[in-house]
Ligand binder design. Structure first.
Ligand code: JD8
Length: 243
């Protein structure tokens, strides 16, 4: 599952080019019994199985020995603190990060003695930590210089600015009767930039208003936001009175 995901796309190509160094480790390779057992029944009883601590400790020891310190260990878990764009940027500056993925009901609590942080990608239940680990890796990798072809586009990525993205269009200029906004065909790049900033603000106000509390806006964007809010308030009033 992890190998397949890492062979594709921007991150896959960065690994091929050696811009990113990613290794996958199978916890079963760090077991000592004939059945390569990584899980066991929970103390105290109950349904499901728990990941054993020792294979995880042996795997971390081996990674430390072969790849060296300093090493930051993250455990993907529904109990983790929410993984964000800001956290991804911070992780991208670290020399070496281990993403520990569990399965079953989770890992033996004593594994946490070797874990620097528990991260969750969101409030929904997945069946294991591999998809979250891939999400974290993909997001962090984009901040590593050279992974994304255009550094400019990383800096402008919508969540790095704290806003939703503006609408995108490509050819043809007309699909049925649905036309691309004239401004995008105008060749007026100052106008296009202004339109995109206003659209990004309008969408954020409409769909994710809480993002505006922490978004970094310049004076012109603040002014745009004030105008958009006036427009919305007017609409709300007219809605009430039926005008
Ligand atoms: C790691 C095992 C499955 C979780 C019983 C289903 C992250 N945002 C997230 N949602 N789910 C996970 C996640 C789920 C995991 C493991 C991460 C290891 N499971 C368990 C508890 C309930 N099963 C996650 N990050």
């Amino acid at each position: 599952m992890v190998e397949a995901a890492l062979s594709a796309g921007v991150v896959g190509r960065a690994i091929e080019r050696k811009t990113l160094d990613v290794a996958i480790h199978d916890l079963r390779d760090f077991t000592t019994d004939r059945h390569r057992t990584v899980d066991d029944v929970p103390f105290g009883g109950g349904p499901g199985m728990v990941m054993k601590a020792e294979p995880i400790f042996r795997a971390l020891d081996a990674i430390e020995a072969t790849r060296g310190m300093p090493l930051t260990v993250l455990l993907t878990s529904p109990q983790g603190t929410r993984f964000t764009q800001g956290e991804a940027e911070r992780l991208s500056t670290l020399a070496h990060v281990v993403l520990l993925c569990g399965r079953y009901e989770g890992v033996d609590e004593r594994v946490l003695s070797r874990v620097d942080a528990e991260v969750s990608i969101g409030d929904y239940v997945l069946s294991g930590g591999e998809l979250p680990a891939l999400v974290v890796l993909d997001t962090v990798a984009r901040f590593v210089p050279g992974v994304v072809g255009d550094d400019q586009s990383v800096a402008e990525d919508s969540f790095s600015r704290g806003l939703l993205d503006f609408p995108h269009y490509t050819r043809p200029a007309e699909v049925g009767s649905d036309r691309v906004p004239d401004v995008l065909l105008s060749g007026n790049h100052a106008e296009i930039r202004r339109w995109r900033r206003r659209e990004a603000l309008a969408r954020t106000l409409d769909r994710r208003p809480e993002l505006l509390e922490t978004a970094v806006l310049d004076d012109e964007e603040h002014q745009m936001l004030v105008e958009l809010q006036k427009g919305r308030n007017a609409e709300a009033r007219n809605g009430k009175t039926g005008t």
